[in-house]
Design a protein around this ligand. Sequence first.
Ligand code: UDP
Length: 476
Amino acid sequence: MKVPHVAVLSSLGMGHVIPLLELAKCLVVHHHCHVSFLNITTEASAAQNELLHSPGTLPPGLHVIDLPPVDISSLVSDETPIVSRLSINLQESLSYSLKSVLIELGKLQALVIDLFCSQAFEISKDLSVPTYSFCTASAAFLALSLYLPGLDREVECEFIDLESIQVPNCAPVRIEDLAEEVRNRKADDFKWLLLHFSRLPMATRIFLNSWEDLEPVSLKAIREHSFYHQIPTPKICAIGPLIKHDDVAMTEADVECQAWLDKQPLDSVLLIALGSGGTLTAAQLTELAWGLELSRQRFILVARKPTDASASGMFFNVGGDVNDPKAYLPEGFLERTKGVGLVLPSWAPQLMVLRHPSTGAFISHCGWNSILESISHDVPMITWPLYAEQRMNATMLVEEVGVAVKLTGGPEKGNIVGREVIERVIRMVMKGDEGKMMRDRAGELKDSAQKALSFGGSSYESLSCVVEEWKKKIMP
Ligand code: UDP
């Protein structure tokens, strides 16, 4: 049998590593490929390394190759913003070792890369390795990413001075939903993003972690516009939702959390988790805690030390912080909510919690993986967007998909959301008819996701077609 050999290259951060690893597993288990997973290591990526190196969790045929860490201390400072820091790290790492690693791997049918690893295009081109991009965000975000480089050439003003951004045939992107990084065109973060976006058309194809029924409008729009500003768009293959199936190596605390959930009634627990790096300010965390307490609903709260710095400040230190929630939650909160709520410092086994029948709703920062995990387990959401494209995601979930509700006057406006609003919205979703409707809608999408991923489904077939092309190219 012809077995394609594919290299998969992820950028840093669990939000990227998790879906790329799932793609790698899917290629091995369902499409009989051999995959080399290239892991960019840093000293601060403890959770990432644990995920990739836990014994017995990867199928035979999937091998992890660690790219050595690089020292970027002379190139960044404490003030370097997140996208620039990430991009500099990746650029240094890929320049240092990607070429030699690819040569050592021998004949590859494909290299699949994350959006932020766009520097790899030049390296793989030199080696004649066909390179596919994997977009770990929504189709709407992908459409915007393909469209922005042209818009950047066309307009002189800041994008935030436009009324909205109208990617042809897509829902207009509201200016208030634009990511911080796209608000100032002179900023380094914008320049890096634009560089990554402008390299997307170099991809042989673009894989997307979404499926046809979730985003029919945006997918149709990208496909109909085979050119954005005269640049051809690669073919888009929606192959998702690729989400992890298990939380690797449950800790003692995770097992306790599961045992607690087992004792709670059906759909009665609210999960509050803000992604791998999300943090709140001290004032906002206080309001959230009070809102939770006043709502008198059962909950699991992933607690992170508040900070006034960037909401994504912990991005580079996932799993590395030890914190004591007692020190920053309102006085007496832990005692008063004992038995009703669980407070988990820093990290929760999110997938296990979302899958558990006792979980009824999710306050989410609207990272794309969290959204896919929530919908795949028919859990409706209360949106709490913080950074990157999360405000766009939140609007889409509420206005197009119908599985979420926003906190009015809330985080997407950069305001502090008061405890009364939080209390009211939590009750509405956990107890009201609106919550029930959203849960039903999430249930429909859960079924459609399962169908898309099964043999003969749209996502399965989309990936299968590409694998068949790879097989044809293997020399007998
Ligand atoms: N996650 C988790 N426990 C936590 C927080 C996050 O397991 O306490 C996982 C979550 O299940 C998801 C990923 O981390 O798979 C976060 O990815 P997402 O795209 O939602 O957000 P990002 O971290 O990239 O902002």
